[in-house]
Ligand binder design. Structure first.
Ligand SMILES: *Cc1c(COP(=O)(O)O)cnc(C)c1O
Length: 394
């Protein structure tokens, strides 16, 4: 008799042998500057909780009040009975915050990409995609069955060459890029990309998951950072990172949003964002609209940490955002470094091949407004100690 599941044990073992197996740690405390992990209190350098909103009292209260009033689940997809007035309000507030004509909310940033790309392009169309775009963009492109052409990472020259050669062979076209790239903390050259989109008759889409709440005035994102409001057709946002909750959205031209309400499959075939999530997201938008204090603190922390690390002699690569890679090189060195940091009560992820190029392994430090100067000093001291121990610092 055959064993149809036999391949699994072999494949799992192969992951372990190649050191590609994900050992997933469970967090035993709320999100914040410090986390309880395996019963220990560790400094959190891993989360996308850029503004510290994930455990914010106002968000928690808004979620509780909404539960008392409206319950928990939406009990339907948005197009049947799952659209609550709160969803509509969130969409209006997000559009206003982003200075876009309209917005549509999805269950996550991931589903926003999966729903949007196939709704905009299909067979006979073409996608020009940055070589380092996020997995959800890559999957959305595959689902669309449009021709997918990669251009070199953040290279308008490479994109232009591809457009010149291939654009005319297809009907519709879209250029898609991450705004902030999550592994290096570098950013897309949006003005140049938008100009090429105009020149070659392409739609322009940017996924601002790591720019939301971070870049631009008061965290309005990378489009705002470059002053390109109204010039980018589709902005993907996440509510799961700086906004501290979970969810995703598209902001852009009213007709695009209207089309997505008719055609985006996760909107049509998967239930709506829950009541507490929606209420907490609304409160997060209110907080961002009221004050720039959190984004300012985030940037102050980012500059403080980066400057200290660079002065010590660490290489922080091309980062211009709170995502701070500490480049180490060898895959095994990054793994060892991360384990030694954890022993010093600093929780920071090693990122290695195949997530990044071979030989560019690093520790990725995620800075948050939730960190105090003392927290950052504690982290820097641990990096200094392990840096000397491992010979990274002389
Ligand atoms: C994190 C991320 C997503 C996914 O967002 P979720 O809301 O967590 O699903 C999508 N795109 C990019 C670029 C991301 O970094």
């Amino acid at each position: 008799m055959g064993n149809p599941l036999g391949w699994l044990d072999d494949s799992l073992q192969e992951l372990r042998d190649k050191k590609l197996y994900n050992n997933i740690r469970a967090i035993e405390s709320p999100q914040g500057a410090w986390l309880t992990v395996d019963g220990r209190n560790v400094l959190n350098f891993c989360s996308n909780n850029y503004l510290g909103l994930a455990n914010n009292p106002r968000l928690k209260q808004a979620a509780k009040d909404a539960i008392d009033k409206y319950g928990i689940g939406p009990a339907a997809v948005r197009t049947i009975a799952g659209t609550m007035s709160m969803h509509i309000e969130l969409e209006k507030r997000l559009a206003a915050f982003k200075e876009a004509e309209a917005a549509i909310v999805f269950q996550s940033g991931f589903t926003s990409n999966l729903g949007t790309i196939p709704a905009l392009v299909g067979p006979g169309d073409v996608i020009f995609s940055d070589a380092l775009n996020h997995a959800s963009i890559i999957d959305g492109c595959r689902l669309s069955r449009a021709e997918n052409i990669r251009y070199d990472h953040i290279s308008p020259e490479s994109l232009k060459a591809q457009l010149q050669e291939k654009r005319s062979q297809f009907t519709k076209a879209i250029i898609i890029t991450d705004g902030v790239f999550s592994m290096d903390g570098d950013i897309a050259p949006l003005p140049e990309l938008a100009e090429l989109a105009r020149e070659y008759d392409c739609m322009m889409m940017v996924d601002d998951a790591h720019g939301e709440g971070v870049m631009g005035h008061g965290g309005r994102g990378i489009v705002h950072h470059f002053g390109l409001q109204g010039k980018i057709d589709v902005e993907v946002g996440t509510l799961s990172k700086a906004f501290g909750v979970v969810g995703g959205y598209i902001a852009g031209k009213a007709n695009i949003v209207e089309w997505l309400r008719q055609r985006a499959r996760p909107f049509l075939f998967s239930s709506a964002l829950t009541v507490p999530d929606t209420a907490a997201c609304l409160e997060a938008v209110h907080i961002l609209e009221e004050s720039e204090a959190l984004t300012e603190k985030l940037w102050e922390n980012t500059h403080y940490f980066k400057e200290k690390m660079q002065t010590l002699g660490f290489n922080t690569g091309k980062s211009v955002t709170p995502i701070t890679p500490i480049l180490l090189g060898a895959e095994s060195l990054a793994q060892t470094f991360s384990q030694k940091l954890f022993a010093e009560n600093v929780f920071a992820m090693a990122i290695a091949f195949p997530t990044v190029l071979m030989g560019t392994a690093r520790i990725r430090v995620m800075i948050s407004a939730a960190h105090s100067k003392e927290d950052l000093d504690f982290g820097v001291a641990a990096f200094t100690k392990i840096g000397k121990e491992t010979g990274v610092l002389s």
